[in-house]
Design a protein around this ligand. Structure first.
Ligand SMILES: Cc1ncc(COP(=O)(O)O)c(C=O)c1O
Length: 436
């Protein structure tokens, strides 16, 4: 990373913080399922001249001059993304997952219209109708729950809730659901109640793109995703959609725009200003990487690693929601160990052992959103650094040890030593000059 040498000279304060962050990631097991580590090529695309350019509008239709190369790179990102997901249309400009979802609401809904997503405690995202987000404040928010006994999605229950509440937008896709999602079933329910179907595949995008998880693209009207989770691209998002608006006659009889035009104009000028072109360049690089056969292998390994980790945790006496995982993540139920509401304490103990996780609500949370009873873990980031099933077993044993002894500093210190040794065998950015 040649530009790092300049920071070293010009800003010692920031430089030393960057060094400390590099040490943290090199020596720690990053288990937050929404995180990943981009390639050096993606990092380098970020740090380019494209960050300087204003380019409001779309390729070939910009408000400012000097955009011929921005047009090239955005067109390439669009074409690669279409090939990767097989989608009809994509807007690659959303700044992140939450603004991408806001754009979808802005394109399809009016304030006060009804949205239905998965309840936050069951694994939904804040932007799927939580009362603390725009989605719950400006829209009538309703939700579906998972089954109380199994923690699994129950499509009959989703259907019942949708028929009762009649949402205009039904959201599938989740932040903390460890099983496969049946997007076809969601589409059928949306059809039955006259709702648009948004599949927010932020967490599972990499697996959807490679066929490791069934894709939402053939079914949902709109598919949003962040680019920085399993897709392993830069921080940002995209919104994909069908071209035709299936429900135009119902909701927009005199409108002229098709669905793709509605999404595009909701992103800009509806919500955003100039796109972040350095991120667009990095998205193009990441989509190029995801089109390689090795990326499918990577996604397969994410799922194999998650299964190995889940099996180890359960062997060591921990209980997982739904009894396991079929994707990249899992949720430990601490309440079963008598640790109701102790998610934060356990997260802190794991962090002291260099294992980064996040406290998380579990379905029908017996604690509170601020003191939840779950720990959410995922494998995308450690899989990127090369961990396979045997490393997952070792890590899983360490995690279980810390959880069972979360107040024992000696146990935590011993696990930390093992984690550092394990991580050192799999350096992330081995030749990064700042790590000298
Ligand atoms: C399903 C889902 N959608 C949207 C988002 C929001 O993405 P961002 O944090 O980039 O706004 C997340 C974030 O974790 C998510 O899990």
């Amino acid at each position: 990373m040649p530009m790092m040498n300049d920071i070293e000279k010009s800003d010692k304060e920031v430089y030393s913080i960057i060094l400390r962050e590099n040490k943290r990631v090199e020596e720690g097991a990053e288990m937050i399922p929404s995180e990943n580590f981009v390639s050096r090529a993606v990092l380098q695309a970020y740090a380019t001249n494209f960050t300087n350019k204003y380019s409001e509008g779309l390729p070939g239709k910009r408000y400012y001059g000097g955009n011929e190369h921005v047009d090239e790179v955005e067109t390439l990102a669009i074409e690669r993304c279409k090939k990767l997901f097989g989608c009809e249309h994509v807007n690659v400009q959303p700044y992140s997952g939450s603004p991408a979802n806001l754009a979808v609401y802005f394109a399809l809904m009016n304030p006060g219209d009804t949205v239905m997503g998965m309840d936050l405690s069951c694994g939904g995202h804040l932007t799927h109708g939580s009362p603390v987000s725009f989605s719950g404040k400006w829209f009538r928010s309703t939700s579906y729950m998972v089954n109380k006994e199994t923690d699994l999605l129950d499509y009959n229950e989703v259907r019942r809730a949708a028929k009762k509440e009649k949402p205009k937008l039904l959201i599938s896709g989740h932040s903390a659901y460890p099983r496969k999602v049946d997007f076809k079933a969601f589409q059928e329910i949306a059809d039955e109640v006259g709702a648009y179907h948004l599949a927010d595949i932020a967490h599972i995008a990499g697996m959807c793109a490679t066929g490791v998880h069934p894709s939402a693209i053939p079914y949902a009207d709109v598919v949003s995703t962040t680019t920085h989770k399993t897709l392993r691209g830069p921080r940002g998002a995209i919104v994909m959609c069908k071209t035709e608006d299936r429900l135009k006659a119902l909701y927009d009889p005199n409108g002229k725009k098709n669905l793709a035009q509605k999404i595009d104009s909701a992103v800009f000028p509806g919500l955003q200003g100039g796109p972040h072109n350095h991120v667009t360049a990095a998205k193009a690089v990441a989509f190029g990487e995801a089109l390689q056969p090795s990326f499918k292998e990577y996604c397969r390994q994410i799922v194999k690693n998650a299964k190995a980790l889940a099996d180890t945790l359960m062997d060591k006496g921990l209980t997982l929601t739904t009894g396991g995982t079929e994707n990249h993540l899992m949720l430990i139920k601490l309440n079963v160990l008598g640790l109701t509401g102790k998610g934060k304490e356990v997260q802190t103990a794991l962090e002291a052992a260099n294992i980064t996780t996040n406290k998380n609500s579990i379905p029908y949370e017996p604690g509170s959103p601020f003191n939840p009873s779950g720990i959410r873990l995922g494998t995308p980031a450690v899989t990127t650094r090369g961990f396979k099933e045997s490393e997952m077993k070792e890590l899983g044993e360490g995690i279980a040890k810390v959880i069972h002894n979360h107040q024992d500093a000696q146990v935590i210190a011993a696990v930390k030593k093992d984690v550092i040794e394990l991580c050192r065998q799999f350096p992330l950015y081995p030749n990064l000059t700042v790590l000298k």
